[in-house]
Structure formats: structure tokens, C-alpha cells
Ligand binder design. Structure first.
Ligand SMILES: *Cc1c(COP(=O)(O)O)cnc(C)c1O
Length: 408
């Protein structure tokens, strides 16, 4: 319940073992031909699920969603300023600015720090009470920066925020991006798995096909073993032109096969780990329907937890109706049960939250993550992303929190 990547998928584990046994490197076709072809098939299928006709576009597996987001940033900058690769900052007249919501994953802000913008130029757009970006504020802030002579170029929508599991309004953000000529990246590292679900995909991910790039981590909701993260681009050819360095000892152009299968020059790494086989094998075992059933099951379990929390209003306080498998709530110990809910009680609940987490860890029976958010003091964020979780586990969790925490 503690982390976004939970549980153990046995087929994916088998894939990881075979991967370790083969111990090959994904940079050239000549040393990993079958695995390279698996990447092609799997990534194309993922682009189809995103909604790009025929799975058109290009993708790569990256070491985690944070690096996937970095690839999107680099491609967006390269698209707008193709000379940047050679000439560096002198290729850009004016200060580059990017936009994301105040609920974004911290790796988005880190792009601004790592790539020379500075975090002051990663504008955090305010979100509404449900944690979704306010699109009116996005447009206002873009105009404000333009008026200062800055150069907006990159907008990040989060599909499944890390804390609340909220979904930014992609469709409306795409409209703003079109009006101002900005690149739209969707960080669906967490929520991407719901693309499999006909039931839950809309309205959460509606409009994702309008994005220029999408981050999607199979090692989160889909249960692939760590690590397995993908970054997808609508436009083919950008990754290679952005990152290619043409090392003559690795990427010779006169090999006997089609050198487009040498994917190593699309990335800023040299050697690349085989993260695809475990996902390919898992997908073969489950089928697309199996992944859909898994997504629907995780969402059903979440609904069960929400019902159980609401059925015990004296002991638990739900912060908001979840859009995903993140369930945000406070545990209320006996002494605070008679107190009306307000600022004062929230402060006290915020203090007992880490104490209860400490008791969970000492008793060794369970772990649930917690954090403060904006003006809300520490609250629990329960995650259901393991296929092994059952309704009775969730009932146990609530009962166990009460057993460990009632006297706090
Ligand atoms: C987890 C997460 C990331 C980072 O992914 P890593 O694989 O941990 O680097 C990025 N964005 C969102 C929304 C996430 O939830």
C-alpha cells in the first residue's frame, strides 16, 4: 500500500530472470536482435493504445519516468530550436519557459534545473481543489511570460498525479498549446495503465492522442518489474535527430542490416538495459484483455476501500473522491472523534499520522504512505497497484490502523 510500484507479477519475474541470463545490451540490433524487435512491437502497440493512428510515431524505453520526462523536454526543445544541439544556449533568443501543474512529479521541475532553465522558469500552474490543473491559469501565465519577452515552449499535463491521482484536463490544455504553439507532454507515468480500460480511460485520459509526447511506466499500475518505463513521440525521427552522436565504433552506417534497428543512438545513454522482455512476456501471458481486467479490478478494489472508509466516518475521514487508486484519508483516534472537523482537528490529525505510520512499521504488519499537501497537514495516501490485494486485505488494513492507533 506504500508505493506506486507494488506487488510481484510472476510472469514478469520470469522475464527478468531470462533477461539477466541473456545479459545483453540494447544499443545495437546485432547483439540483441530479438529483443530489439520486441521493443518495436510492444512500443507500437502502446502508441496504438494512446490513440495515434496505426501506432505511428516513435518511442524508447528509459530508466524510469523521470528520465522519460527528460527525453520529452529534450525533444520539445530540439523541435523548436534545432540548432540548440550544436550551438547550445546561443541558439535561443530569450528565456525558455516551461509550464506544469503544482501537483506535478518533481522530475518535471528537475528538467528545468538540469537543462539550464533554472527552476524559476518552470512555472507551477495552480490546481483546483481536486488537484487538476486550472487551464485558465495556464493561459494567463503563458501570456504573462510572453509579455515579459520570455519563450514558452513546453507544457506538461499530469495524468495521474503522484499524491492525489488526479488527471489534468488534457483536451483543454491541448487547445491552449495549439493557440500558443507549445509542445504538449502528458506525464502518464502513473495513470497510463488505465489506457487499457474502456471503462476508466474516459474522461481521465480523453485527448491524450493530441499530445506530442507521453510518459507511461509499465512498472507502476501494470505491475511490470522495476524498472520499465516508456516515452512516446507522435513525430517519428525526432529522438534520433535530437540525441544522435554517430559514434563510429558502434553505429556504423554500412552494416549488413537496416541500421534503423540500432536504437542506441536515439538516447543519451550508451549501453541500455533490456527492460522490454519482461513486459512482452507479461503481455503475452495476460493479453490486452488481461491488462484491462487488471485495471478494472484495481479500480473496483479502490471503490471497495472508499465504501469501507465512508462506512466508518467516526474513524476515517476521506479527503476527496479518488479518480484513481490513490485514496487520501485521515485516521481519527478515539480522543478526536467527538471534535467537529475543521482546521484545528486537521492539525491534530496531521500530527498523529506519522506516529501511526511509525507504529505500523514497528509492528511489521503494514505500511501506508503519508505526506502533507498544500495547506493539508499529513494524511495517508493508500495505493492499490498490486494484483494480489484483496477486499479482505483492505478490511484488515483499516482494522489494523484502528488497533494500532486508537489511543493516539
Ligand atoms: C513515479 C512518477 C514519475 C517518475 O517515475 P520514476 O520511474 O520513479 O522515475 C514521474 N511522473 C509521475 C506522475 C509519477 O507518478
Amino acid at each position: 500500500m506504500n508505493q506506486l510500484s507494488c506487488g510481484l507479477d510472476l510472469v514478469s519475474l520470469a522475464g527478468e530472470w531470462l533477461t539477466a541470463t541473456a545479459n545483453t545490451n540494447m544499443f545495437t540490433y546485432e547483439i540483441a536482435p530479438v529483443f530489439i524487435l520486441m521493443e518495436h512491437v510492444v512500443l507500437q502497440r502502446m502508441r496504438e493504445l494512446i490513440g495515434w493512428p496505426g501506432g505511428a510515431g516513435d518511442s524508447i524505453l528509459a530508466p524510469g519516468g523521470s528520465i522519460s520526462n527528460l527525453y520529452a523536454f529534450l525533444a520539445a526543445r530540439h523541435k523548436m530550436f534545432p540548432d540548440y544541439k550544436q550551438r547550445g544556449t546561443t541558439a535561443v533568443r530569450g528565456q525558455l519557459v516551461m509550464f506544469t501543474s503544482d501537483q506535478c512529479h518533481y522530475s518535471v521541475k528537475s528538467c528545468a534545473a538540469v537543462c539550464g532553465l533554472g527552476t524559476d522558469n518552470c512555472v507551477e500552474v495552480p490546481s483546483d481543489a481536486r488537484g487538476r490543473m486550472r487551464v485558465d491559469e495556464l493561459e494567463r501565465l503563458v501570456l504573462e511570460r510572453k509579455a515579459r519577452g520570455h519563450v514558452p515552449f513546453f507544457v506538461v499535463a499530469t495524468a495521474g498525479t503522484t499524491v492525489l491521482g488526479s488527471f489534468d484536463p488534457i483536451e483543454q490544455m491541448a487547445d491552449v498549446c495549439r493557440r500558443h504553439g507549445l509542445w504538449l507532454h502528458v506525464d502518464a507515468a502513473w495513470g497510463g495503465g488505465l489506457l487499457f480500460s474502456r471503462r476508466y480511460r474516459h474522461p481521465r485520459l480523453t485527448g491524450i492522442e493530441r499530445a506530442d509526447s507521453v510518459t507511461w511506466n509499465p512498472h507502476k499500475l501494470m505491475g511490470a518489474l522495476l524498472q520499465c518505463s516508456t516515452i512516446h513521440f507522435k513525430e517519428d525521427g525526432l529522438l534520433i535527430s535530437c540525441n544522435q552522436m554517430s559514434a563510429e565504433y558502434l553505429f556504423m552506417q554500412d552494416k549488413l542490416y537496416d541500421v534503423r534497428y540500432d536504437t542506441g543512438d536515439k538516447v543519451i545513454q550508451c549501453g541500455r538495459h533490456n527492460d522490454v522482455f519482461k513486459l512482452w512476456l507479461q503481455w503475452r501471458a495476460k493479453g490486452t484483455e488481461g491488462f484491462e481486467q487488471l485495471m478494472d479490478r484495481l479500480m473496483e478494489l479502490t471503490a471497495h476501500l472508499v465504501r469501507r472508509i465512508k462506512a466508518q466516518p467516526d474513524k476515517f475521514y476521506l479527503l476527496l473522491e479518488p479518480e484513481m487508486v490513490n485514496v487520501s484519508f485521515w485516521y481519527v483516534p478515539t480522543r478526536l472523534r467527538g471534535m467537529p472537523h475543521g482546521r484545528e482537528r486537521e492539525q491534530q490529525l496531521g500530527q498523529i499520522t506519522p506516529l501511526l505510520k511509525g507504529r505500523m512499521m514497528e509492528s511489521g504488519t503494514l505500511m501506508v504512505g503519508y505526506q502533507p499537501l498544500d495547506d493539508r497537514p499529513n494524511f495517508f495516501r493508500n495505493i492499490i497497484s498490486s494484483a494480489a490485494v484483496t477486499e479482505s486485505d483492505l478490511d484488515f488494513m483499516l482494522a489494523e490502523m484502528d488497533r494500532l492507533g486508537h489511543d493516539l
